[in-house]
Write a protein that binds this ligand. Structure first.
Ligand code: PMV
Length: 378
């Protein structure tokens, strides 16, 4: 087994960079950063963690396009300030719950961004998608905040640097590392197309500490669609931290982690060759295993509803009858994500409209697709 010391090399590198931080003589720096960052839906799921937000297995996800968080950050760095400050607003209003979560996140990342100790932040954030709709809002929110903070850091620590922030590949790496400390799956939201988080022997450059972009996948997967069928909106019944924690006593945990690793290995040729049946096999197996893990935890819990199962069965029959490249996946809830080929959008959307919306709460479906990653809003 690889020791956690060797796995956490980037962590150590950032800590030593932080140790040599000295506020430059210029004194006060004020500025604004504003970024949008998308959510993502995992093909291979992250479920089970260790230490501080390190995954028990590698995961791979599709970055979405429409479901994004937009975050606007104003900062005032002053070496004389001894106590950091934070105002947090969500959708134009004070949001004490999110504010507290952000405060905890900022405390956790301060060892890697020591200037935060001397900075007052004002954060305004909003989502383009409804809250509790089965779209991972923590992934887009933590991703957007992380990249805003990396942008602020660039102007505070290296005020002489110029050019496009994203020209430096280190920027997204650091943003992904920080986002991971807020929400594991957020680490994958910083990259266009597909992203991979977690060490894997078959994926060079993969790390437990941050995600990397997956490049070179077949053009048949470009612009993949994701229709989110809202079976039930509302707060999650079991938080993802409680779910991850329950993997510790799960009798099937070790084989699950092995299965995820195997699926990830199999995805390498599947993605290269444009093998849709292979992708659908992995996608659906991962969704069902995620829920099997929930059911077999101690205590076990059940998040699928009868409507969820009705949808899954109909998707399989539709695929058999038509040959359309469409498969399902699930997150930690009752809602269903249908992933389908851009080329099969017309029949798939007809099927969703005619056969599946009746299982959705008020007929709600959110149509999304593969996206291009974070964007600067200024
Ligand atoms: O990032 P977290 O801690 O909310 O965990 C997310 C876990 C799943 O969404 C269920 C799966 C995944 O890999 O995104």
């Amino acid at each position: 087994m690889i020791s956690s010391m060797t796995e956490r090399t980037y962590h150590t590198e950032l800590q030593s960079e932080a140790a040599s931080f000295k506020p430059h003589s210029g004194g006060v720096v004020t500025g604004t950063a504003a970024w949008s960052c998308p959510s993502n839906i995992a093909i291979v799921k992250y479920w089970g963690k260790r230490e501080v937000q390190l995954p028990m297995n590698p995961s791979l996800s599709i970055t979405l396009r429409e479901a994004v968080t937009r975050t606007h950050l104003e900062y005032r760095f002053n070496p004389e300030i001894r106590k950091p400050g934070l105002t947090f607003r969500f959708g134009g209003r004070e949001a004490p719950g999110f504010g507290q979560r952000t405060r905890t996140f900022l405390e956790r990342i301060t060892p890697f961004m020591p200037w935060l100790r001397h900075t007052v932040l004002r954060i305004d954030s909003e989502n383009t998608f409804p809250h509790s709709s089965g779209i991972a809002s923590s992934a887009s929110a933590m991703g957007a905040l992380a990249i805003c903070l990396v942008a602020a850091e660039a102007s505070i620590v290296r005020p002489e640097a110029s050019g496009d922030l994203l020209d430096d590949p280190g920027v997204l790496k650091k943003a992904s590392f920080l986002a991971r400390l807020g929400s594991g799956s957020a680490s994958r939201s910083l990259f266009p197309g597909l992203a991979l988080w977690g060490k894997s022997d078959v994926w060079p450059g993969a790390s437990d500490e941050y995600a990397i972009p997956v490049t070179g996948f077949h053009e048949d997967f470009r612009d993949m669609r994701d229709a989110i069928l809202i079976v039930e909106s509302g707060q999650k019944k079991v938080s993802s931290s409680a779910g991850h924690a329950l993997m510790e006593g799960n009798p099937f945990a070790a084989s699950r982690f092995g299965q995820a690793r195997e699926n990830l290995e199999q995805l390498a040729p599947i993605l290269r060759e444009g093998d849709w049946p292979g992708l659908i096999r992995v996608l659906e197996e991962e969704a069902l295993t995620l829920h099997a893990m929930m059911m077999t935890g101690r205590p076990g819990y059940l998040l699928m509803l009868p409507q969820t199962l009705a949808i899954l069965q109909r998707v399989r029959s539709f695929r058999e009858e038509t040959g359309c490249r469409i498969g399902f996946t699930l997150d930690a809830g009752a809602n269903v994500h249908l992933v389908y080929a851009d080329g099969d959008a017309f029949p798939s959307e007809g099927f969703i409209r005619n056969e599946l919306t009746r299982f959705c709460e008020n007929g709600r479906v959110i149509h999304d697709r593969m996206g291009t990653g974070p964007e600067s809003l200024i």
